[in-house]
Design a protein around this ligand. Structure first.
Ligand SMILES: Cc1cc2nc3c(=O)[nH]c(=O)nc-3n(C[C@H](O)[C@H](O)[C@H](O)COP(=O)(O)OP(=O)(O)OC[C@H]3O[C@@H](n4cnc5c(N)ncnc54)[C@H](O)[C@@H]3O)c2cc1C
Length: 433
């Protein structure tokens, strides 16, 4: 027996199968979807008072851009797991790429200015905050902190203008939490280095013009950094499909086969994993501001939704249980912001320790997950639709909880600092730090 040919079936489908999805606000006019972003109601303790006028201005310009340019399109791009390249010039106009880096066309923002920019991006869409943080606070910062003067002059200006886009490749298929054991090799040859190995999960890597790649120098056995160009022979980057979160971010699996890097593109002052830690200290503070921003957006969305949507003849906001959840979320956001603020100040005063940054990242992302779960409940059925933000944010928080050190690893970093015992390895392999 022969069945129908699927290709024929497609052509015989009724025409409504080809129609674009209906705008959710037509099907459900009772509450405004996130494409019209809710006003900010989450700044309850008036955090703005802790910002300088410049930092307040950065905050407002980023918020305005995100609400206008990204909110209307984000659900569609998130659903299709595509990146809207056409908005990159709008981001370039904000002049925030490069964050705290001074000179070389970079904005030289304060730590807090850069942090509130990250939070305002994440408040609307976490994927965009990851796109910009990978580019700015990982790849650009590695060049700024560990590159030679010539490398900074050559690469940073076009990265700051977002004319070129970068990624940062540390993780490997066999080395995630245990990244310092990575196995990609860099072997010295005449005039340069040959890289061999694999990388996994690398954000922006499918389209990045410039890739910062970490590899083990086969002469010193130390981890070094290399700048690789998009079209280098021996480089392939394949998009990781089927993610449940940060779907707009293009994460890639990278394969490096006999890839030649000229001497001038070995990152001059990146000679060991300790040098990478200088970058991670700053980037981990910035990463804290992603779950903060996401939680702000979730609260703002729920606050509006509960006032718009009625059941039993009253707005959802009038029910005590809903108020309790909303206030718990609001309390979380206030505490997260204050912890994030303190981390920025500790960093700027030179007092930030790895344990501080790790406690900030682990605790904030834990509270953000709780906030998202409460928000998801508050929206009822619409709490599982990306159109009302919370479901999308709920999913986006999962990878945020895991990257830049999982919750567990960051907890162990702080645990080591406060007890003096490192417990990353099984008991038999442990030694006192
Ligand atoms: C969306 C996304 C984007 C990313 N972007 C980048 C990027 O741009 N560049 C980059 O280099 N990397 C990136 N990563 C990689 C990310 O940093 C790693 O996924 C992360 O470090 C965890 O590694 P893993 O996934 O291999 O998990 P594993 O290390 O396999 O961990 C699995 C589980 O075991 C736990 N675990 C592991 N070791 C221990 C231990 N010693 N004690 C207790 N528990 C332990 C972990 O906490 C976790 O729960 C990204 C990841 C994701 C998901």
């Amino acid at each position: 027996m022969t069945g129908p040919n699927p290709a024929d079936m497609n052509s015989k489908m009724p025409s409504y199968f080809n129609l674009p999805a209906l705008d959710v606000s037509v099907a459900f006019p009772q509450a405004t979807p996130a494409s019209t972003f809710p006003p900010c109601a989450s700044d309850y303790f008036q955090f703005d008072d802790l910002l300088t006028p410049e930092e307040q201005a950065v905050r407002m310009k980023v918020r305005k851009c995100m609400e206008k340019e990204i909110a209307p399109i984000m659900t569609q791009y998130w659903e299709k797991a595509n990146f809207p390249f056409h908005v990159i010039p709008k981001f370039a106009e904000l002049h925030i790429a490069g964050g705290t880096i001074k000179g070389y066309g970079c904005p030289g923002l304060s730590m807090l200015g850069s942090a509130v920019a990250a939070a305002e991006i994440a408040r609307v869409d976490a994927s965009f905050s990851v796109f910009i943080l990978v580019h700015s606070c990982l790849a650009m910062l590695t060049i700024a902190l560990c590159g030679s003067e010539a490398q900074k002059q050559k690469y940073l200006p076009s990265l700051a203008e977002l004319k070129t886009i970068s990624c940062w490749a540390l993780t490997e298929p066999d080395y995630g939490s245990d990244a310092s054991s990575l196995k990609t090799t860099a072997t010295k040859v005449e005039g340069g280095w040959i890289l061999e190995g694999q990388k996994r999960w690398i954000g922006n890597s499918t389209f990045a013009d410039l890739l910062v790649i970490f590899a083990r120098n086969t002469t010193t056995n130390q981890i070094n950094g290399y700048i690789v160009k998009k079209d280098a022979p021996g480089l392939t980057a394949t998009k990781i499909e089927n993610k449940i979160g940060l779907r707009i971010v293009q994460n890639g699996d990278i394969v490096l086969k006999k890839l030649f890097v000229p001497d001038e593109d070995r990152i001059a002052e990146l000679n060991s994993f300790q040098d990478t830690n200088k970058v991670l200290a700053a980037s981990r503070v910035m990463v804290c501001w992603q779950p903060i921003g996401v939680s702000m957006g979730i609260y703002d969305m729920c606050h509006r939704y509960l006032k718009e949507r009625k059941q039993f003849g009253a707005p959802l906001a009038a029910f005590q249980i809903n108020q309790q959840k909303l206030v718990q979320m609001l309390g979380n956001v206030q505490a997260m912001v204050l912890v994030g603020w303190r981390l920025c100040k500790l960093y700027e005063s030179g007092k930030l320790t790895p344990g501080h940054a790790s406690l900030g990242k682990s605790w904030i992302s834990l509270r953000a997950r709780e906030t998202a779960a409460l928000g998801r409940e508050l929206l009822g059925g619409n709490g599982i639709l990306a159109d009302y933000l919370v479901a999308k944010a709920f999913c986006d928080l999962e990878p945020i909880y895991t990257f830049e050190g999982t919750y567990d690893i960051n907890t162990l970093v702080t645990g080591r600092e406060v007890t003096g015992f490192a417990s990353f390895k099984p008991a038999a392999q442990r030694s006192r730090m």
